[in-house]
Design a binder for this molecule. Structure first.
Ligand SMILES: NC(=O)c1ccc[n+]([C@@H]2O[C@H](COP(=O)([O-])OP(=O)(O)OC[C@H]3O[C@@H](n4cnc5c(N)ncnc54)[C@H](OP(=O)(O)O)[C@@H]3O)[C@@H](O)[C@H]2O)c1
Length: 192
């Protein structure tokens, strides 16, 4: 049984916690007010916060994150323009986080699935599929196992480099929903 610490209490934090607890994992949440001083009890940490909040969380908890699996779910959009990402071209939020946390195993996951589709397990008629990227095979396998136990499909999408593509997909999906061309309960589905 995995113990997760999720930073955030919002839409994604709640939906991801629902999946993981359904699969038998334990979950504790850390909200923004307690974020600076909280003790990290989980074996795995999920950063279910806006990307700009990640820097402060790392500054406060870098030592506690050492040796842990860290799951980055962010879509690092420039919300002023809705026209670009704020990470360096060719990089990803996940790669930037991994560079700041060399003693942690950082994964990208959940950024291509809207919260509603995690909660319902469906994207239209398709099962919701969580795409996972990162360089540590064991960390990916552990997360995929827990997501599967919670009733969702999950695919190893490749190395940490693939976080770049996952963030591009998440970015495009967000712009489509924000412009009402697709709904927040829909999005991209995966057929194996
Ligand atoms: N919504 C989606 O469908 C979706 C899909 C894919 C990826 N994402 C990504 O998921 C992340 C969360 O999105 P969301 O939709 O869940 O946003 P949300 O509903 O607005 O929730 C954000 C949460 O982050 C918390 N927070 C902010 N700074 C924090 C800090 N320093 N420490 C702890 N908690 C902090 C907020 O707490 P307070 O309210 O107390 O400030 C809030 O609980 C974002 O990076 C987003 O890009 C979202």
């Amino acid at each position: 049984m995995t113990n997760y610490t999720i930073f955030g209490n919002g839409n994604m934090a709640t939906a991801i916690a629902g999946v993981l607890t359904k699969g038998g994992a334990t979950v504790e949440h850390i909200g923004s007010e307690e974020s600076a001083t909280a003790t990290i009890n989980g074996d795995v940490v999920i950063l279910a916060v806006p990307y700009p909040a990640v820097e402060g969380i790392i500054a406060n908890h870098k030592a506690a994150f050492a040796g842990k699996n860290i799951i980055d779910i962010t879509n690092p959009l420039d919300f002023n323009t809705f026209d670009s990402l704020v990470v360096p071209v060719g990089s990803s939020a996940t790669a930037e986080i991994q560079a700041q946390l060399p003693e942690s195993r950082v994964l990208k996951a959940f950024n291509t699935t809207f919260a509603a589709t995690l909660a319902t397990g469906k994207v239209g008629d398709l099962s919701t599929t969580v795409l996972v990227a990162g360089d540590d095979e064991a960390a990916k396998t552990a997360l995929i196992t827990d997501v599967n136990a919670g009733g969702l499909d999950a695919i190893d999408a490749g190395s940490l480099k693939r976080a770049h593509e996952l963030e591009a997909v998440g970015f495009l999906q967000l712009t489509l929903a924000a412009s009402e061309k697709i709904s927040w309960t829909g999005g991209f589905g995966v057929i194996k």
